[in-house]
Ligand binder design. Structure first.
Ligand SMILES: NC(=O)c1ccc[n+]([C@@H]2O[C@H](COP(=O)([O-])OP(=O)(O)OC[C@H]3O[C@@H](n4cnc5c(N)ncnc54)[C@H](OP(=O)(O)O)[C@@H]3O)[C@@H](O)[C@H]2O)c1
Length: 211
């Protein structure tokens, strides 16, 4: 069981929170609108609580479920309150036409979060390649990236508690490409697949014996 704090009260906060409670995790909700945070905590049930915006989160894992342009400023605003925490960035920094990233250079929201967060915090990118309603109902693979092995192990355990398979794609610099993968999912939804009812997953072939 993990202890989770979710910063944000929107759709992804609700979906991840619901699955987190269902997986037996302890959940705290923090929102800039305190009443929305209280309402969401109540709706989640399972002993979920409302935390004070900007105060030290109760959870060891802090999921930042905000629109991408709010993520870095809010992490900076929390500042030392996030010391020692595992910060999970789930954002998709899409450009205005949803066919590219909003960044002007090869970075990621997750890497920018790592710069804004206390040195003792660890950042993991996760969940951004999965549409919300697929996360709600399905069993999608969840790709993750991060530099700290212990932080990734704790996020993997959390993802497994949701009944999902975490798949590590490498260090935090890979968050840029996970964010690019988010763009690919939107492209598939708009073109090849034509709807949002799918997720990217990995199919492994049986391992062949050498020789
Ligand atoms: N929806 C999906 O299918 C999906 C899938 C993968 C990843 N994501 C990512 O998940 C994140 C959340 O998406 P969502 O669908 O949950 O969005 P949402 O329903 O619009 O919720 C956004 C949340 O962010 C808060 N917020 C926005 N700007 C803020 C700021 N500057 N400071 C503080 N709080 C701020 C909002 O607070 P107020 O209510 O007070 O405005 C709200 O709680 C996004 O980064 C998105 O790219 C979404």
């Amino acid at each position: 069981m993990s202890s989770i704090s979710i910063i944000g009260t929107g759709n992804m906060a609700r979906t991840i929170g619901t699955r987190a409670v269902g997986g037996g995790n302890t959940v705290e909700v923090m929102g800039r609108d305190q009443s929305k945070a209280a309402d969401l905590a109540k709706a989640l049930g399972g002993g979920a609580t409302r935390g004070e915006w900007g105060a030290a989160p109760a959870g060891d894992i802090v999921i930042v479920a905000l629109l991408y342009d709010g993520v870095v400023p809010v992490v900076a605003q929390y500042g030392d309150a996030l010391a020692g925490k595992v910060i999970v960035d789930i954002s998709n920094p899409f450009n205005s036409t949803f066919d590219g990233l909003a960044h002007r250079e090869e970075t990621s929201t997750a890497e920018e979060v790592a710069k804004a967060a206390p040195a003792s915090a660890s950042v993991v990118k996760a969940f951004n390649t999965v549409f919300r309603h697929v996360l709600e109902k399905g069993r999608p693979d969840v790709f993750i990236a991060g530099d700290n092995a212990r932080a990734k192990t704790s996020v993997e355990a959390f993802i497994e508690s949701l009944g999902l398979r975490p798949l590590d794609v490498g260090g935090l610099k890979m968050a840029h490409w996970l964010e690019g993968t988010g763009v690919v999912t939107v492209g598939l939804a708009n073109h090849g697949v034509g709807n949002l009812d799918f997720s990217l997953s990995i199919t492994e072939l049986p391992v062949r014996a050498n020789g």
